[in-house]
Design a protein around this ligand. Sequence first.
Ligand SMILES: [Zn+2]
Length: 216
Amino acid sequence: MLHFYKTPAVLKNISKSLIWNVLSNEKTIYLTFDDGPVPYLTEYIIETLNKYNAHATFFCVGDNIKKYPEVFKKAIEHGHGIGNHTFNHLKGWSSQNDKYMENIHKCQKIIEQNHTKVKKAIFRPPYGQITPRQIQLLKESYNLIMWDVLAYDFDKSHTAEKSLKKIIKATNSGSIVVFHDNYKAEKKLKYMLPKFLEHFKGLGFDFKNLMQCKFK
Ligand SMILES: [Zn+2]
């Protein structure tokens, strides 16, 4: 299996409507966590971010918000951003457009029941799968957030040590980095996240919530 810790430029150029990096001259990194909220693991992440005075963005699965509203509220209370990751973690390429849209709106509804409504919500497609037509249907209502750096925290073919080295090398100012608050990723994430924060804090970087960004 090929690992793309750093998203290749050729992929980033496919669609101008997708956001892969934040254009920034500041030493800022945008951490994101997909698939939660889930008990213990999301809470562990929030506590770890707190220790480093770091903010991040959680791309939530609507069904998990429904199951674990208290965990979801904790992320909001600590000033983290909330993004939409569909209600049931659907694959864009194999979903019918109307079903896909419906599932995303269902997730957005549950987010907005617990969170202040924002002018333009943020969405990340599960597995990074999204068709040109789906982009067209979504881009008016959502900023479509992809990533610059993937932690491979869910992947057992690379050790946590190796993955950490790779993502440290791949990350720079304005990088959007993906981890997962998903139990499959728990072991590697718990090794990698504190060390990643420690490394970049030591270099004078800040970690911010994506919702504070102005996208075009
Ligand atoms: Zn996901």
